[in-house]
Design a protein around this ligand. Structure first.
Ligand code: XUL
Length: 531
């Protein structure tokens, strides 16, 4: 039996997915999630995070490791499959978040005592007990300073794939160096969440995967190595604090003896984890340009594969490495599922009533528009949150439900235009909200493209299992082409495909322009300019 285990450590929870690749099969045999707020209440997160000062959003690196430990324990107790068949393990994690470790971490990870639970043993390895996450908006001064040192936003984008963004790891590190110099001095390793969790599984310090490393504003995306100028512009002594960047298919080592002795896991190969978006690219089977992926999660993201990096400082498009080789372009929206939930809750709806409201209202919402910036927004850059309406009565519940979905889809379609110049005819939808047909119908109509939902709903976890499989084959001298890796995966649910309705498409063609104008005006009056 050849089983491959993929994790997705997302903002609000952890998912494990087991893929059976025995004899040419690619069958998902198990998928299970835990939610941080519900299942690890002792960390007191809300939606997986802590909200601190103005724009500051952090979370607990100990909680992420603890969740991984609990999931491993659960997998070991699960009787529907044999953990002895697990050949390799990889994962995906929310991007940009940084984990600050002190000098004891390496030794502790190597010598974890299998007679005791994981979390208490890791409690003292952090030089900062809180990790900034991708929702953090507090580093505008650091972004500006980095931008100035490197010759402007355009220059930073050309070098690192993205202009400086508040949530990116480099500006976050600079803030720690400026505001907590003692903690910075006490830090010997700064991991991304992905490489930290890889290290916990392998019991040794893991390298960074290039796709995720590109979310730092520190990587030269052309050479795929740390850019010294960017390191210098960020904080002193940074190079020795960062893990090396290694090819995506790197096997870090076997699963450490902690997991083998405590739970009876086999010495499965641990493959470097990547970011949730690069992993979702793999899980969606996007190995060439053409279709786009859309992930409707805590963040909403639109992404596509590209052969060449085409970074731009305009808009909010990022270039990351694609784990399958080449690059990916991505646009990220902060007001994703939490905005959908906030509007749902505002009108006392549950999800079935939310869907009924979408069905009961007409495409175009009679010109009613909403900007669902319940939180500061990444795309476009908006620092002062607040829900804005135009030609839309606040008391009209169904119209407000339609307005939030239309707004999210129009924003995605408008801003995703920088990803590809080709007309996009197919969208692969993943993430929690991709099970909602009414939402997918709006997506299809706004983009004028067919929408295919992913069967498992979690392309990032599936991508992780596929990367584990690919690296395992590679380690055994079998260099599988990515299409061979993906061949047989029943990832897309073609039966649930949603086609655009011509009458609605023409309505949105016009409305998208009006939405863009409304967005431009409001963003200009509420955002602090970036220098
Ligand atoms: C991407 C981004 C988010 C996080 C959380 O740039 O910030 O999508 O990866 O999912």
């Amino acid at each position: 039996m050849a089983l491959f285990l993929g994790f997705d450590s997302s903002t609000q929870g952890l998912t494990a997915l087991v893929l059976d690749c025995t004899g040419g099969e690619r069958r998902v045999v198990l998928e299970r999630s835990l939610a941080f707020d519900r299942d690890l209440p002792e960390y007191r997160t809300r939606n997986g995070v802590w909200r601190r000062g103005v724009g500051e959003v952090t979370s607990s690196p100990l909680m992420w490791a603890d969740a991984l430990g609990r999931m491993m324990e659960w997998l070991a107790s699960e009787r529907s499959f044999d953990i002895g068949g697990i050949a390799a393990i990889s994962g995906a994690a929310q991007q940009h978040g940084s984990v600050f470790l002190n000098a004891s971490a390496g030794g502790v990870l190597q010598a974890l005592d299998s007679g005791n639970p994981l979390a208490p043993q890791l409690a003292r390895v952090f030089s900062r007990e809180e990790s900034p996450v991708w929702m953090d908006e507090s580093t505008t001064p650091q972004c500006d300073a980095i931008s100035r040192a490197l010759g402007g936003r355009e220059a930073v984008a050309r070098l690192t794939g993205s202009a400086p963004f508040e949530r990116f790891t480099g500006p976050q590190i600079r803030k720690v160096f400026e505001h907590a110099p003692d903690a910075y001095r006490a830090t010997s390793r700064i991991h991304l969440i992905s490489s930290f969790l890889t290290s916990v599984l392998a019991g040794r310090d893991a390298p960074l995967e290039p796709g995720d490393a590109a979310g730092t504003n520190l990587l030269d995306i052309h050479a795929c190595e740390w850019a010294q100028a960017a390191l210098d512009a960020t904080a002193p002594g940074l190079r020795e604090r960062l893990p090396p960047v290694a090819p995506s298919a790197t096997v870090v080592g076997p699963l450490s003896s902690y997991w083998r002795d405590r739970y009876g896991f086999p010495p499965a190969l641990v493959v470097t984890w990547t970011g949730d978006n690069p992993s979702a690219l793999v899980g969606s089977g996007l190995f060439s340009a053409g279709a786009l992926g859309i992930s409707l999660g805590t963040s909403d993201t639109v992404f596509g594969f590209s052969e060449e990096p085409r970074p731009t400082a305009a808009g909010s498009c990022h270039v990351f490495g694609a784990p399958s080789g080449g690059y990916m372009s991505l646009v990220c929206f902060r007001n994703g599922s939490l905005a959908r939930e906030a509007v749902r809750d505002l009108y006392g709806y549950d999800w079935p009533a939310f869907s009924r409201a979408l069905r009961a209202t007409a495409a175009g919402n009679r010109g009613g528009l909403m900007l669902p910036w319940l939180e500061p927004e990444i795309t476009p850059h908006v620092t002062q949150p607040g829900l804005r309406r135009l030609n839309l009565a606040a008391h009209d519940a169904p119209a407000n439900v339609r307005a939030v979905i239309e707004a999210q889809m129009m924003a995605m379609a408008n801003h995703a235009a920088v990803i590809t110049r080709q007309r996009v005819q197919r969208l692969l939808a993943t993430g929690g909200a991709s099970v909602n047909r009414e939402i997918l119908q709006v997506m299809a109509d706004v983009f004028d493209a067919e929408v295919i939902p992913m069967a498992s709903g979690n392309a990032a976890a599936l991508g992780a299992a596929l990367r584990a499989f690919h690296a395992y084959e590679h380690a055994h001298g079998r260099r599988l082409d990515w299409n061979e890796v993906y061949d047989g995966v029943e990832a897309a649910d073609y039966a649930a495909r949603v086609l655009p309705v011509e009458g609605n498409v023409s309505i949105y063609r016009d409305l998208r322009k009006r939405y863009a104008e409304f967005e431009r005006t409001e963003a200009a009056t509420t955002a602090e300019p970036r220098s």
